[in-house]
Design a protein around this ligand. Sequence first.
Ligand SMILES: [Zn+2]
Length: 346
Amino acid sequence: MRALTIDAHGGLEQLRFRSDVAEPEVSAPTDVRVRLRAAALNHIDLWTVLGVPGVKLVPPWILGSDGMGVIDAVGAGVTRVTVGDTVLINPGVSCRNCEYCLSGDNPLCLKFGVLGEHRPGTLAEFIVIPEANVRTVPASTSPESGAAISLAALTAWRMCVTKARVGPEDDVLIWGIGGGVAQMALAICKARGARTWVTSGSEGKLERARSLGADVLLRHGPGIDIGKEIRAQTGKRGVTVVVDTVGTATWSQSLGALGRRGRLVTSGGTSGHLLETDVRRLFWNQWSIMGSTMGSDAEYDAVVGEFLAGRLTPVVDSVHTLERSADAMARLENAERFGKVVVRIS
Ligand SMILES: [Zn+2]
């Protein structure tokens, strides 16, 4: 089958489109095989190419976490879906047996893995995954939207709803509104009645964010301190919630923007992983700093429900073919990108 693969870690020069990858077969009774219609890219794909410590790669390694397709084969024990169903794919695979899974906290599973990073990914014609990782949607669902929704919306949902518990009384700072998680966080926070403050290095992206419902637009960049700007605009009160996936480059400004009793939630560090926090400000302001990764089965059900109701729709930046999916990976890092990079497969 056709797939975008790597044989070794490194830069984007490692990407290799192949048409001779072995088709995966259903072996476990609770597995399903999906013929992919589309896949979507995330920052995690770039990290996988670079190499994540402790993650072993068996070449040819298939990239890609997000996808949508049609069930093509099912194991003998599959009960919830059938051949021909159109499905969205939850990229997080958990054992559903350990204490974390049983308490409904799948992303903390002792065997947690992400498609494309710990298991073969979605940038291929077929993928075999557990039945529990798919959700049936109408066959008329847009493959581009369906492929682009899962990872970003699930991540944003856990961050904003489960962790930060955003509500109408909140002011939420969301960094880098060109990104998929940030756009989903904006939609979720708006739907919950919060006031949203969004940043971008580009005026054009800020204007587009306004059309998505952002309340306050902030240009970030060299020489600009977003924390100071927000304190100036709020009579020194700051915001109540910060959604930060950028890490090193934004951390001190995020804390500068955070008011008393503020909650900061992070799910990544696209600019770097090491952060500096003054403990005196942490305890004096009684901040809650929270980490978040992916989401649970229940959170995925909620996200798919919102998607099907039309309340959570990903912005698609561009659509590429599987043959040219190396270009799609390069587009992920392009400063012009606004929203999800999608790969059409069939
Ligand atoms: Zn588990």
